[in-house]
Structure formats: structure tokens, C-alpha cells
Design a protein around this ligand. Structure first.
Ligand code: AMP
Length: 283
């Protein structure tokens, strides 16, 4: 059944009340649209937990530090709704920019520390935009649980922090990365790759796997990372924003593998910024 499409916060709250009056709990999946199986896996996780599910589709302008990236971000609401229809989603919340950022909007949710490294270092303001919009969405819908992909592991960590610090009464659920058969992490941005780029892109995961195996076996971190960077650049990526080993718990940068950790990478191919991460031990 086609989901109900809601455009305003008032209407969203009314519909959520209706679901709760019928005894339903609420699971929320925030997205920027251009949906793929990765997004659908979050919807399935929410449904498996027994929730009436809300999917938001909102290309949030405040989290784009590059106006060209915002302009080029793929948008296709009709296709998104068609993908969601068979999944029995209760509500698609697709507000306008004016609805989310009213005249005079001046509030910002900003997380220090974990927001300042990795993507935060190269995309100034990005996580303020993410933390602000996710706080708004959670306060608007007040869901029991909200589902996020580990593909954006740092984003998940930032949101965990926001929800704990602001006492937002929503359980945050982290879900595994969905990948194409060749290992490329699914992403709305993948459609912008050329066919040669698309063929080269899986080198990100194969390189992370190789480096993770070496690190798990005791290899020197900085030598391993230098080699991995050379492999990625040699495969056609134009530059690497970061390739680092960081602790799962607090994203501290590690020069020794002495606690649960993962490799994080962000690199450009065909002018498209791709990110991925891999837990050491998962290679
Ligand atoms: P986005 O629309 O890119 O903002 O992503 C919306 C949500 O989907 C975020 O929680 C992402 O982490 C999640 N997501 C995106 N790609 C994947 C993927 N390949 N596997 C799992 N979750 C994903």
C-alpha cells in the first residue's frame, strides 16, 4: 500500500498521535531520498522491531558545505515512494525547506569533539547541519526508535551523543552497511560515477580489507595506511580526504591497534566523494 505523504510538522504530529492511539509504536528512518537497498534495510529493521514506520525524505541544505554538491544531489520522490510502497511504510514525511527552516531560524545543535575529526575536518559545518536536522526530526515525530546506517558511522556516533545529551527519548539503532555485489557501499551518490569510475570504486573496500587484515596481524599502522592510500590513488581516485584507524567508542585516532577499532576512508572519484569504513576483525 502506498504510504501517506505528509508535508507539514502539524500533520506529522497528528498522524503520529493517530498511530499511537491505535497502540502502535513508532520507528523512524531519516533519509535524504534517492533511496536504495541500504535505506530499505533500515525500514525493514524498524518493521522487524514491530514499529509503524515513518521515513523522512529531506535533502537538508544546512549539512552541505559545498553548494554544487547540494545542487547535484539526486532527487526523485515518486521513485522513492514507489520503492517504499511494498514495505508497508505508514508515513513518508517530505517537508519543504521552508517548513523545516522557518523565517528567522537561528538555532544550531553542535557536538564538539567527535564532530571535528574525519568528515568534520574536511566538511566544515556538516555535522552541525546533521545534528540540527536530526534533533528537529526526532522532536517532531518523537519516535520510540530511529534507525541509522553504519555506513555513516561518524554520523551515528554524533547522533548517539545528541540524543544522550539532550535527553531525547528515542532509542538509536545502528544497522550494518549494505553493499553492492562487488563490495561498493550503496550510496545515493554512486549514480554520479562514470562507468569507469563505477568499475574502480570497489577498490575502496578491497583495500580496507587488506589493510584491516594486516593491522589485525600486527603490521605497523602508518606503513599499512601509506600503502593503502597508494593503492586507492593508483586505482584512479583523485584524492583522499582521510584514511585513518580510529577507536569505535570515541573515534580517537590510533597509532596502535589496542582496542576495538575501524578503518575510515573518504576519497574522491569522478568528483564524487565516497566514504566507507570497516571494523578490524571483520575483514
Ligand atoms: P542518506 O539518505 O544518505 O542521508 O542516508 C540515510 C540513512 O541511510 C543514513 O542513516 C545512512 O547511514 C543510511 N545508509 C545509507 N547508505 C547505506 C548503506 N549502504 N547501508 C546501510 N545504511 C545506509
Amino acid at each position: 500500500m502506498s504510504p501517506v505523504i505528509v508535508r507539514t510538522v502539524d500533520e506529522l504530529r497528528k498522524k503520529v498521535r493517530g498511530l499511537r492511539d491505535h497502540g502502535r509504536t513508532i520507528g523512524f528512518v531519516p533519509t535524504m531520498g534517492a533511496l536504495h537497498e541500504g535505506h530499505l534495510s533500515l525500514v525493514r529493521a524498524a518493521k522487524a522491531d514491530g514499529h509503524a514506520t515513518i521515513v523522512s525524505i529531506f535533502v537538508n541544505p544546512t549539512q552541505f558545505n559545498d553548494p554544487k554538491d547540494l545542487e547535484k544531489y539526486p532527487r526523485n520522490e515518486a521513485a522513492d515512494v514507489a520503492l517504499l510502497a511494498p514495505l508497508d511504510v505508514a508515513i513518508v514525511f517530505a517537508p519543504t525547506v521552508d517548513q523545516m527552516y522557518v523565517d528567522g531560524f537561528s538555532t544550531k545543535v553542535s557536538v564538539t569533539g567527535i564532530s571535528e575529526v574525519l568528515c568534520g575536518a574536511t566538511r566544515p559545518g556538516h555535522f552541525d547541519g546533521v545534528a540540527t536536522i536530526v534533533s528537529k526530526l526526532l522532536l517532531q515525530a518523537l519516535p520510540d526508535a530511529a534507525y541509522f546506517g553504519q555506513k555513516d558511522y561518524q554520523q551515528l556516533a554524533v547522533i548517539d551523543r545528541v540524543v544522550a545529551d539532550l535527553n531525547i527519548p528515542t532509542e538509536i539503532v545502528g544497522c550494518p552497511i549494505l553493499r553492492e555485489v562487488d563490495g561498493l557501499a550503496m550510496s545515493s551518490r554512486n549514480v554520479r560515477l562514470s562507468s569507469a569510475g563505477r568499475q574502480a570504486a570497489p577498490v575502496l573496500l578491497t583495500t580496507l580489507k587488506d589493510a584491516a587484515t594486516k593491522i589485525a596481524g600486527g603490521a605497523d599502522i602508518s606503513t599499512t595506511i601509506d600503502e593503502a592510500q597508494k593503492t586507492i590513488l593508483g586505482a584512479g581516485f583523485s584524492n583522499i580526504d582521510y584514511l585513518e584507524l580510529r577507536a569505535n567508542a570515541d573515534l580517537a585516532k590510533l597509532s596502535r591497534f589496542d582496542r576495538p577499532a575501524r578503518l575510515f576512508v573518504a576519497a574522491f572519484l569522478d568528483g564524487v566523494r565516497l566514504i566507507d569504513n570497516l571494523e578490524i576483525g571483520d575483514a
